[in-house]
Design a protein around this ligand. Structure first.
Ligand code: DAH
Length: 337
């Protein structure tokens, strides 16, 4: 049977154990051990009923005191442990917003692709569509259908990278075969541009690379001629380079256009010297090319042009060496992002 002293001892031990609890698990274990059904306290309280009546009052009072003391110790300790847990979580999860952070490099379009997109925008604005064609191209599309007969210098091994020894297929040396593919695939009128990669067996120097980029243009309609070509190119040059850029037109030769022209722009190089720079080749589409596509060349006429995207990117940014464009050196490319 318990005495008031026993209950004081139970209280003392329980309060000490609760005070020693350090974690939410500890406090839960202490709660079960010291207030649960099998706890010394519960057993002592249960035994009060069987005490002689004159002892019940004193022991009952001591029991009550012990119960209240244990419960308030539990409550206090629980609050303290929760506060501590919250404080340490806040501490662990604290973000120091003054730290520099993990920087991720953000990608950007290559300068040649930037130029390509800008030019595409200008021609899309004039109602042109964007066409695409294969980079491994047939002899027919590369040359024959473009009025380039056998024996023409453009067909010689020195320029063109042929596939598998024969002359039937080659890496396209120009984007002009896309003109032929477009005409074969659809009826006029046609207004298209065809940007893409081209290949030539050029020596690698500051202005040549065996792979480079062109943007082809083709317009076929009723009544199109040289004046439309020049107006279109003038609009393009003004949009792309601005009003102030001086340009000139010179006669030239291309097999697939007659007459043919070359457009030059006045450019001040990095050393401050003004020079004429070849920007593009163009002309009125040769009737042979139009007839070859199965169109009536009396009714349908048009113009075509081809410009070098790499050259334009170099000019725009004052890049002295084309090879920089292909070395993937982020110190160079990062300047255009
Ligand atoms: N294909 C020519 C070249 O690679 C460029 C060119 C000139 C394209 C005149 C044309 C054109 O469409 O009409 O040098």
């Amino acid at each position: 049977m318990s005495s008031a002293g026993d209950l004081q001892e139970i209280e003392r031990q329980a309060v000490a154990a609760i005070a020693a609890a350090a974690t939410p698990d500890d406090i839960e274990a202490a709660r079960v051990a010291h207030t649960g059904r099998k706890s010394p306290l519960a057993e002592a309280l249960a035994g009060i009923g069987s005490l002689p009546p004159e002892q019940r009052g004193e022991v009952g009072k001591a029991g009550n005191t012990a119960r209240k003391a244990i419960e308030s110790a539990l409550e206090e300790r629980t609050t303290a442990i929760q506060a501590q847990a919250l404080a340490s979580r806040l501490d662990e999860e604290r973000v120091d917003i003054t730290l520099p952070g993990d920087r991720r490099d953000v990608g950007a379009l290559h300068p040649i692709m930037q130029v390509r997109r800008e030019i595409e925008d200008i021609f899309l604005g004039m109602g042109y569509a964007i066409a695409d064609g294969p980079e491994v191209e047939t002899d027919h599309h590369n040359f024959t259908a473009l009025n380039t007969p056998e024996g023409h210098p453009a067909r010689s091994m020195s320029d063109t990278l042929y596939i598998e020894g024969g002359h039937k297929t080659a890496l396209r040396p120009q984007t002009s075969p896309v003109q032929v593919r477009a005409m074969e695939a659809q009826e006029p009128p046609i207004y298209l541009i065809a940007p893409g990669t081209v290949y030539r067996r050029d020596d690698v120097d500051a202005t040549h690379s065996p792979m480079f980029h062109q943007l082809e243009g083709l317009a076929i309609d009723e009544g199109l001629g040289m004046a439309d070509l020049i107006g279109t190119l003038q609009h393009f040059i003004t949009e792309f380079f601005g009003e102030s850029l001086e340009s000139r037109i010179q006669p030239h030769f291309f097999p697939f256009t007659e007459p043919s022209i070359e457009v030059h722009v006045r450019w001040t190089d990095k050393r401050g010297r003004a020079t004429w720079l070849e920007l593009l080749g163009a002309g009125v589409v040769d009737p042979n090319v139009i007839e070859g596509a199965g169109y009536d060349s009396e009714r349908w006429t048009g113009f075509a042009f081809g410009l070098g995207l790499d050259r334009i990117a170099m000019v725009r940014h004052g890049v002295p060496d084309l090879r920089l464009m292909y070395e993937s050196d982020l110190r160079f490319l990062g300047q255009f992002s």
